[in-house]
Design a protein around this ligand. Structure first.
Ligand code: C2E
Ligand code: MG
Ligand code: MG
Ligand code: MG
Length: 288
């Protein structure tokens, strides 16, 4: 026992770990300040129809700081914001800003089919009792149609459902908002929640897409997910498409929608609008 506790003491004072702890504290202090100053930015990654390349929606992705040479990756600051509870403030800001941006974009491009907005919502936000009101306020104050809003959750939320979360999701669904499962396949996937839960969209995680078309097992898995989704009446989005052969295989197996650097990186709202105008055909004018 003495030996193992001695080992632990030694480990605790490893210089590398001390640096990590210091960096964390510093990052946390910067994040506190950034949250109070709303010093964040948003980029919008197009979701496209894989066969034709038309833009059907935009996923809002947080950036911090908004500008400058040293961005902190969301994979780093989002988990930190989740631990400290800042994600509630940050998430509310993302909702307000993204709904305002996309409502304006939809208005400026109103002769095109309106693209939808997809927003990432962390587990902690789903547990906030004020979350539903934040969504409604964002919709009401921007005029974004509820049926052009999609909210993304991860499998961890589905695995730790509560009556409150179920009720919130049902209320959102009743209002016309869609629900997508993000990073599908990386969590504790249970086929039962796909059946019991009012999900609209599965987003197949990039780690599965990386292995196609070379790896027959990955191909079989992606194909299986697409078939399953079809059977259950869900839409599928393949995440992280980087190469043309991936796109071709996905089109072949009937995966309709995708996101990835092959089509577009996360863009400013102006760049997103330009791409939409370039890729999407105008609707025939409707007589009124
Ligand atoms: P996610 O929601 O799965 O978003 C997709 C991530 O994959 C984004 O990273 C996007 O830039 C990246 N990506 C898209 N296509 C490709 C590709 O072809 N190749 C590669 N290598 N990457 C691609 P990003 O922006 O760094 O965000 C990382 C994660 O941070 C997101 O994963 C999401 O979980 C989280 N996140 C970002 N913004 C928010 C937010 O506003 N709220 C919450 N709760 N989470 C957020
Ligand atoms: Mg996402
Ligand atoms: Mg994802
Ligand atoms: Mg993710």
């Amino acid at each position: 026992a003495a030996k193992s506790s001695g080992k632990r003491t030694w480990r605790r004072f490893q210089p590398q770990q001390r640096i990590r702890v210091m960096e964390r504290h510093e990052l946390q202090a910067r994040l506190d300040k950034a949250v109070s100053e709303e010093a964040f930015g948003l980029r919008y990654q197009p979701v496209v129809d894989i066969a034709g390349g038309e833009v059907v929606g935009f996923e809002a992705l947080a950036r911090w700081p908004e500008l400058g040479p040293d961005p902190v990756p969301p994979g780093q600051f989002i988990p930190l914001a989740e631990e400290t509870g800042h994600i509630s403030t940050l998430g509310a800001w993302v909702l307000r800003r993204a709904t305002a941006d996309i409502a304006r974009l939809q208005h400026r491009t109103r002769r095109l089919d309106p693209p939808y907005l997809s927003v990432n919502v962390s587990a902690r936000q789903w547990r906030d009792t004020g979350f539903l009101d934040e969504v409604y306020t964002a919709l009401d104050s921007t005029g974004l149609a509820a049926d052009t809003l999609q909210l993304e959750l991860t499998e961890s939320v589905l695995m730790r459902r509560t009556k409150q979360i179920d009720a919130q999701i049902q209320a959102l669904k009743d209002r016309g908002v869609s629900i997508a499962v993000d990073d599908f396949g990386t969590g504790f996937s249970s086929l039962r929640y796909l059946r019991d839960f009012p999900i609209d969209v599965l987003k197949i995680d990039k780690s599965f897409i990386d292995g196609i078309p070379e790896d027959p097992q990955q191909v079989a898995l992606v194909e299986g997910i697409v078939r399953l989704a079809d059977t259950l009446g869900l839409q599928v989005i393949a995440e992280g498409i980087e190469e043309q052969p991936q796109r071709e295989l996905l089109a072949d197996i009937g995966c309709r929608y995708g996101q990835g650097f092959l089509f577009a990186r996360p863009l400013t709202v102006e760049q997103g609008e330009a791409l939409l105008r370039q890729r999407n055909a105008e609707r025939a004018p409707t007589p009124d």
